[in-house]
Design a protein around this ligand. Structure first.
Ligand code: ACO
Length: 326
């Protein structure tokens, strides 16, 4: 049997670190409040000359290097992002050019914080359909440019970063076992970014009022996120006749430590089974899972045969899981 394996991981975090005490000087907040409610201690912020494609390019190059694969061997690039360089063309095309993946076709996926899980599922389906041998899947975000830095309800939560994986279709039982994706557009207004867009044009009034930034009703998002992350993780385990005890590492979307701990508790996962790095990077949306996977991989936490469960939830609402044998 042929399965799609992860043969290389990479990530890139911008140099600039914004701590909670830095935020105390910007809005009416405190390190104590942020740590207690979110677990976040610091986040990275892209430099003025760094764009989503730049972060994605560096993460992709690191993943290719680990895999020992040259860019021209890649058949498809799928990039999960909601902060692309341009409304169009796809940021994946910019990355394709930057890395010299001349034989790949490239496109973006807009699924907010579920972007990486959606992108992974797309790439796996493509390879498993026999239409290619190798894929590059990336999650990359510069959320710092779509946040209202005067709104304490949201600005403390997010950060910038990118992660990437190289996929290869191989014989054997290891690789991605299943993907489960879901959406429910009825929740749009609980978490979205109005613009600027064709629906929310950049008029002088809208620009002056900065009405384009991310909007969120945190309390409501929290409840649905825990429920959805739990359900979609159970769905993945049940579909493969596995239980949470079989999981070596749970790599959830890193939104908020409380969301992750509540989800892990419902899934009966131990602390050792959960990979959490939200304290260092905050919520980097579609980039959190591949960044976490790269960190776990480079720390030697992932060994051949280990069962890895990923679950994500984000704007749309979108949510999904992916189960893989390393
Ligand atoms: N500093 C200090 N006080 C604050 C801050 C802040 N940064 N932000 C809000 N508060 C205040 C509120 O104004 C409110 O004050 P009030 O009682 O006087 O009105 C009080 O703290 C409590 O506010 P709540 O919103 O009820 O606080 P809550 O415990 O729900 O925590 C949070 C807020 C952290 C946003 C939480 O709801 C959450 O994490 N939600 C999930 C949101 C999320 O992760 N979104 C990311 C995208 S989706 C995803 O990735 C899963």
């Amino acid at each position: 049997m042929k399965r799609v394996r992860v043969i290389g991981t990479g990530s890139y975090l911008p140099e600039k670190i914004l701590t909670n005490s830095d935020l105390e000087k910007m809005v009416d907040t405190s390190d104590e409040w942020i740590v207690a409610r979110t677990g976040i201690e610091r986040r990275r912020i892209a430099a003025d000359n760094e764009n989503t494609s730049d972060l994605a390019t560096k993460a992709a190059q690191r993943a290719l290097e680990m895999a020992g694969v040259s860019a021209d061997e890649i058949d498809v690039i799928v990039l999960g992002t909601i902060t692309g360089d341009y409304p169009w063309p796809a940021t994946a095309c910019v990355v394709q050019h930057n890395i010299g993946a001349t034989n790949a076709y490239a496109y973006d996926i807009s699924a907010a914080c579920s972007g990486f899980v959606y992108a992974l599922s797309n790439a796996v389906d493509y390879l498993q359909a026999g239409r290619g041998q190798k894929a590059l899947v990336i999650g990359s975000e510069v959320l710092s440019r779509v946040i209202d830095w005067t709104d304490r309800n949201t600005c403390v939560l997010f950060g910038d970063g990118a992660g990437a994986v190289v996929l290869d279709l191989q014989d054997g039982d290891s690789g991605v076992l299943s993907s489960h994706l879901h959406s429910d557009g009825s929740y749009l207004e609980l978490l979205y970014q109005p613009g600027f867009s064709t629906r929310h044009m950049a008029t002088p009034e809208a620009i002056a009022a900065k009405t384009n930034t991310l909007k969120m009703q945190g309390n409501e998002v929290f409840k649905v996120a825990v429920r959805s992350l739990t359900d979609v993780s159970k769905e993945a385990l049940a579909a493969n006749q596995l239980t949470s005890e079989d999981v070596k590492l749970f790599i959830p979307h890193q939104a908020n430590r409380r969301i992750l701990e509540a989800t892990a508790k419902r899934l009966k996962l131990t602390d050792e089974q959960c990979f959490i790095n939200v304290q260092d990077y905050g919520n980097t949306s579609g980039a959190t899972i591949p960044i976490a996977m790269d960190e776990a991989n480079r720390q030697g936490l992932l060994q051949e045969g280990d069962l890895v469960l990923m679950a994500a939830f984000g704007g749309g609402f979108t949510w999904g899981s992916s189960l893989l044998r390393w």
